[in-house]
Write a protein that binds this ligand. Structure first.
Ligand code: NAP
Ligand code: ZN
Ligand code: ZN
Length: 362
């Protein structure tokens, strides 16, 4: 790793750093060198310590959301590290601070959503600028957290509470906020029955956060294989969706269902588990459309909704909530040469519950 090497690239000064990238759709990830911009006045240079592997990284490099990827793609939007240097006008951070970066690194800062702290739904020309596989306002391609360093505007970084170790904090930057935001928005709390579908990276954080918010939590997993884990993580109940009796027993039960599954499910069966006025929030982003029958919604005034990560202020709120409640991700730390193996295991639902790359090995 060492200290990043400075050089001139395309007329601008850049720093070369090591990273892992997918060179082409579905190709294995391999080590490469990428440029990071010189520090602007409001930028911070982060020495990345850990980067989580989100299923969205896998959808992206496998071109499952369309083949418009800017390959080589350096994935990683669950970034935890330490500030190494700050730009001249930075006020929020100092060298040595523990920080995180999530799914986006910029937005227009002017639209109604940005002004309301909903930067993830920025309606500006570029929308939110993804941490990787996106084009920044400077016209440059963004590269994510499977890397030793990143340069980010201080307004798009988050402070990681001292009580959370950096490795177990990284997954909060996507999996944590993706569950915290809808659970808060649909008011998971005492007296509410919440179902979490899929006990993977997102799902396991959903169980922990919904439980900490005071809701009665049920896991709906493909099998009972992870039942002990689910109950330990904070679930009150655990059911296998492979058993048709589950759908009869739980009919009309839940106020809120958060679906974290990365593959297509029969949503109509899950809508049957909602009570009157209940909402199913779709968080998983499978490749293909999810057909919904009108009569799965109409008779009990049910809703189906979507939700995407969270804004900067809400992400900080989530980190502070996790710090106060002692919530961290359950992780398996891996060396960078095991990224491709980890991808295979995530695709096989064989993850407990987030792989995190030790970036010192990149
Ligand atoms: P993950 O760790 O792979 O977890 C997904 C879980 O879904 C698996 O552990 C498995 O749980 C279940 N599952 C997988 N395949 C299934 C199948 N064929 N049938 C039924 N259940 C299946 O993935 P993740 O990182 O949590 O991400 C989940 C999804 O959310 C991905 O599509 C990702 O792109 C998306 N995502 C969305 C947002 C957002 O802002 N909305 C943010 C991040 C990620 P069980 O073994 O318990 O059944
Ligand atoms: Zn993610
Ligand atoms: Zn905006």
């Amino acid at each position: 790793m060492g200290h990043p090497e400075r050089r001139i690239l395309g007329g601008m000064t850049h720093t070369s750093v090591s990273a892992y990238a997918a060179p082409a759709p579905k190709a294995p990830l391999e080590r490469i060198t990428i440029p990071r911009r010189e520090l602007g006045a409001h930028d911070i240079l982060i020495d990345i310590k850990y980067a989580g592997i989100c299923h969205s990284d896998i959808h992206t490099v496998r071109a499952e959301w369309g083949d418009d990827g800017a390959f080589p793609i350096v994935p990683g939007h669950e970034i935890a590290g330490v500030v190494a240097e700050v730009g001249a006008e930075v006020t929020r951070y100092r060298a040595g601070d523990r920080v995180g970066v999530g799914c986006f690194v910029d937005s227009c800062r002017e639209c109604a959503n940005c002004l309301a702290g909903l930067e993830q739904y920025c309606t500006g020309e570029l929308g939110n600028v993804g941490t990787y596989n996106a084009t920044g306002r400077d016209g440059e391609t963004t590269y994510g957290g499977y890397s030793t360093h990143i340069v980010v505007d201080e307004n798009y970084a988050l402070r990681i509470p001292e009580s959370i170790p950096l490795d177990a904090a990284a997954p909060l930057l996507c999996a944590g906020i993706t569950l915290y935001s809808p659970l808060a928005h649909w008011q998971a709390g005492p007296g509410k029955k919440v179902a979490v579908v899929g006990l993977g990276g997102l799902g396991h954080m959903g169980v922990k956060i919904a439980h900490a918010m005071g809701a009665e939590v049920t896991v709906l997993s493909q099998s009972l294989r992870k039942k002990d884990d689910g109950l330990r993580l904070g679930a009150d109940h655990y059911y296998a969706t492979s058993d048709p009796a589950t759908f009869e027993e739980l009919a009309g039960t839940f106020d809120l269902i958060v679906n974290t599954v990365s593959a297509n499910l029969d949503l109509n069966a899950y809508l049957g588990l909602l009570r009157t006025d209940g909402t199913l929030v779709q968080l998983g982003a499978p490749e293909n459309p999810l057909p919904v029958a009108a009569f799965a919604l109409i008779p009990q005034r049910k809703s189906i909704a979507g939700s995407m990560i969270g804004g900067i202020q809400e992400t900080q709120e989530m980190l502070d909530f996790c710090g106060e409640h002692g919530l961290t991700a359950d992780i398996e730390v891996i060396t960078a040469d095991r990224i491709n193996e980890a991808y295979e295991r995530v695709m096989a639902s064989d993850v407990r519950y987030r792989f995190v790359i030790d970036t010192a090995t990149i």
